[in-house]
Design a protein around this ligand. Structure first.
Ligand code: AOS
Ligand code: ZN
Ligand code: ZN
Ligand code: ZN
Length: 406
């Protein structure tokens, strides 16, 4: 993209009162965490396809993740899942990550793959199973201490398939009991991110089914517990950006698991199906960041942007590059909203004027802006092409098939 294209873009934005210096400053602060499991084999309940060249261990997952960061400058940390990423020495994994210019991000306990958890983990009617599950949560707090992670990211598959199968209120109490024990074990720097999901794998009731339940639990636990919004975990038509605005205002929005969905928890590449939704989520976040309320601003600064996707048929490293770029693009567009213009239209009760002030930012082509930003940051203008031009994707084929999978 030529300097001419950027000059034109700048002129156009200046005319609408947008300061591109500020926009670029905000863009350069954007950090998106990628998940270790997004680099391994994955599939649906029908089949997990084994790809050649997927990482064979957590160390190789970090090597692949480093490629995503190298070309995009957007993904400096990687979330881990225990026991999928279990290693003997977490200090060693941490040094390996740091040597690659990465940090270990959120620690995700896994409470859904062992035989005992068939009827629940922390909400299982069997006290011994609840103990085992709670001990795993405590183990993850210790792992976070060793990896230098600030976030403990919790998602529970717990739920029931049939009416009467479990005592919903009793299970609610058990959930709170286990999380209270974990909360008490956390250091003051840590925070617990509580994820909700309305169904799957349980199909009748899920113990933490929506943001209200996660929020209520976070409130009871204390200020270090916050809600995690996975964009795929809502019923069709749910207004996710409304939930986001509400949680920011309550200072309980901990972070996101970004992905795209068409039907259910599809875990497709974020921004591939409904980029406007992602844009509108950022509209709420940016608006809150401009708020004078210091508490709200603090929440906005601390939002953990994380990808949570399964790459079943696509190449994993390019899929992750596409994902973080899609997030960056929608964030860039949302930064072009003139909030004063929106507010003025609201004051005039000008419904269409307000809608126009928001939507028109989405309609700009931000390519010249992103090219200018990457140039300033010493990054390739086209990160995807830059990665595909290297031999990395071919070199890793020596790993063979049968690597890590979720
Ligand atoms: C599951 O549906 C949730 O999105 C989890 O956050 C996550 O996908 C899981 O922990 C990784 O398998
Ligand atoms: Zn998730
Ligand atoms: Zn999910
Ligand atoms: Zn998922």
């Amino acid at each position: 993209m030529s300097d001419k294209a950027y000059a034109l873009f700048e002129e156009q934005q200046q005319a609408r009162g947008i300061d591109l210096g500020w926009v670029k400053q905000q863009l350069s602060k954007l950090k998106i965490e990628t998940p270790s499991w997004g680099y391994g084999d994955s599939g649906t309940r029908f089949k997990v396809f084994q790809k050649t060249g997927v990482p064979r261990n957590p160390f190789e997952k970090f090597e692949d993740a480093a490629q995503v960061h190298k070309y995009t400058g957007l993904a400096p940390s990687v979330a881990i899942h225990i026991p999928w990423d279990k290693v003997d020495d977490y200090g060693k994994l941490r040094s390996h990550a740091e040597g690659l210019g990465l940090a270990i991000g959120a620690v995700n306990p896994n409470l859904f793959q062992e035989e005992e958890y068939e009827l629940g983990s922390v909400t299982n009617a069997d006290a011994a199973i609840r103990r085992k599950a709670t001990d795993h949560l405590l183990e993850c707090v210790d792992i976070a201490k060793a990896t230098g992670s600030r976030e403990l990211s919790l998602w529970f598959a717990d739920g029931t398939n049939y009416p009467g199968q479990g005592d919903i209120r009793q299970r609610k109490a058990w959930m709170q009991e286990a999380l209270t024990e974990m909360y008490k074990a956390m250091t003051p720097e840590m925070r617990m991110l509580i994820e909700y999901k309305f169904f799957e794998p349980a199909f009748y009731h899920t113990d933490l089914a929506d943001w209200g339940m996660a929020y209520n639990l976070a409130q009871k636990l204390g200020p270090q517990a916050e809600v995690l919004v996975d964009t795929g975990h809502h019923a069709q038509g749910t207004n996710i950006e409304h939930i986001v605005a509400y949680l920011i205002d309550e200072q309980r929005l901990g972070g996101f698991h970004f992905n795209s969905r068409k039907y259910a928890d599809d875990d497709l590449i974020v921004g591939s199906v409904n980029p406007y939704e992602l844009f509108l989520i950022f509209y709420q976040i940016i608006g809150a960041g401009l708020d004078q309320d210091a508490g709200v601003r603090r929440t906005v600064e601390d939002i953990a942007y994380m990808i949570d996707q399964s790459h079943n048929i696509e190449q994993k490293i390019p899929a992750m590059i596409r994902s973080v770029l899609n997030v960056q693009t929608q964030y860039a567009k949302a930064l072009l909203i003139n909030h004063e213009e929106v507010a003025e239209a609201q004051r005039r009760a000008d419904v269409l004027g307000a809608e126009d002030a928001v939507r028109k930012a989405f309609e700009f082509d931000v390519t010249p802006l992103l090219h200018a930003l990457r140039e300033e940051q010493g990054l390739p203008l086209d990160p995807m092409k830059a990665y595909l031009d290297t031999s990395y994707g071919k070199d890793i084929l020596v790993r063979g098939k049968g690597g890590a999978s979720w």
